[in-house]
Design a protein around this ligand. Structure first.
Ligand code: NDP
Length: 335
């Protein structure tokens, strides 16, 4: 079997590649930066089973014309995930939406052998606030169509988080629309992860370059967090190894075709994360925030219903404890 992974040098893309290679697959990954690609070649040591091809501009469908040839499955992972943009359209929405449509168009036109495309969307494409119901449990029936309205109204002044949410919602909407309008030969599945923790195996030159969700875990020991805060809404986590497994299951299982899947292991809060770090890494205890400790508040509820992913994809979720320990192990060189 051969897979194409867009953004193989990403935090999540590298794990999908690793799991596929462990299963004996051939993997082709699209990359923008040679140093990041070389790191993966050196890490995987998979010989001719792992190749990387340069795709600088994911917004042009011609960019993917060659990359999609000769593969059986495609994982579309590449999409900007950061909050500090200059222009919400240029930096987030356009690469997310146009990147998705150009990839799907290229598969439709040039990827004759592709059976299924799995798109990495996000819980961001579901989590429209429900202030009327504090116990609202989000499922795969939910969409976050309000985020784009805020971007349209507020333009460059829109909050970074909201612009990212809009980019993921609109990109996923455009994927389903593409399939509906073009009726391609390939099937589509979508994975909607909540905040992803767990070991970073991709290339990271320095702490400032950590991907957004690992940087969040790193912030507990970097000295940048003054105080442990009560849980913010939508603080849910999933381990990156479960997210990678979910992508692969979604590609292979017949019943996953045409479906979207929340991947979430449960809720978290500052106290739960800090307590795990304190227990397993006493050497970093003095780096943890000093204020806000509350040992009664360690098992918060989640807003994300993960039952569909457990039932259909068979995911048996990794715990917060293991996920945080393995994240910290993987960023030790920066502490
Ligand atoms: P990374 O920042 O590591 O990955 C982002 C990937 O997208 C990288 O491969 C990056 O390329 C590529 N990329 C970003 N902007 C562009 C652009 N303008 N043109 C071309 N490629 C681009 O983070 P993650 O691994 O976490 O993110 C991967 C996917 O997972 C994204 O779709 C993200 O939205 C999604 N996701 C992540 C979650 C998380 O908590 N981590 C939660 C839910 C969804 P390069 O490697 O060259 O920088």
């Amino acid at each position: 079997q051969k897979a194409l992974i867009t953004g193989v040098t990403s935090y999540i893309g590298a794990h999908i590649a690793q799991q596929l290679l462990e299963k004996g697959w051939y993997v082709r990954g699209t990359v923008r930066a040679q140093a990041k690609a070389q790191w993966l070649h050196d890490t995987f040591k998979a010989g001719d089973r792992f190749e990387t091809v340069e795709v600088k501009d994911i917004q042009k469908k011609e960019s993917f014309a060659e990359a999609v040839k000769g593969v059986d499955y495609v994982f579309h992972v590449a999409s900007p995930f950061f909050f500090g943009f200059k222009d919400p359209y240029e930096d987030l929405l356009h690469p997310a939406i146009n990147g998705t449509v150009s990839l799907l168009s290229a598969v439709h036109e040039h990827g004759q052998g592709v059976k299924r495309v799995v798109v990495t969307s996000s819980f961001a494409a579901m989590m429209q606030p429900h202030p009327e119901d504090p116990n609202y449990l989000y499922t795969e029936a939910d969409w976050n169509d309000s985020a784009i309205q805020s971007v349209e109204k507020e333009g460059k002044d829109v909050n970074g988080g909201t612009a990212y949410l809009a980019s993921k919602n609109e990109a996923e909407r455009s994927a389903w629309k593409f399939v509906e309008q073009n009726k391609p030969k390939f099937e589509l599945s979508v994975i909607n992860p909540v905040y992803v923790f767990g070991p970073a195996i991709h290339y990271v030159a320095k702490a400032e370059e950590l991907n957004t969700s690992v940087a969040f875990v790193y912030s507990y020991v970097s000295g940048s967090k003054a105080k442990l805060e009560p849980r913010s809404p939508f603080s849910n986590f999933v381990d990156v190894r479960d997210v990678a497994q979910a992508h692969i299951q979604a590609a292979l299982l017949p019943e996953a075709a045409g479906e979207r899947f929340i991947t979430s292991a449960g809720g978290f809060n500052d106290n739960a994360v800090a307590s795990i770090i304190k227990k397993h890494f006493p050497q970093y205890a003095d780096k943890l925030p000093k204020e806000g400790w509350n040992e009664k508040d360690l098992d918060p509820k989640s807003e994300a219903d993960n039952s569909k992913s457990r039932k259909i994809l068979g995911i048996n979720y990794i715990s917060l404890e293991k996920s945080i320990v393995d994240t910290i192990e993987s960023v030790k060189q920066f502490i």
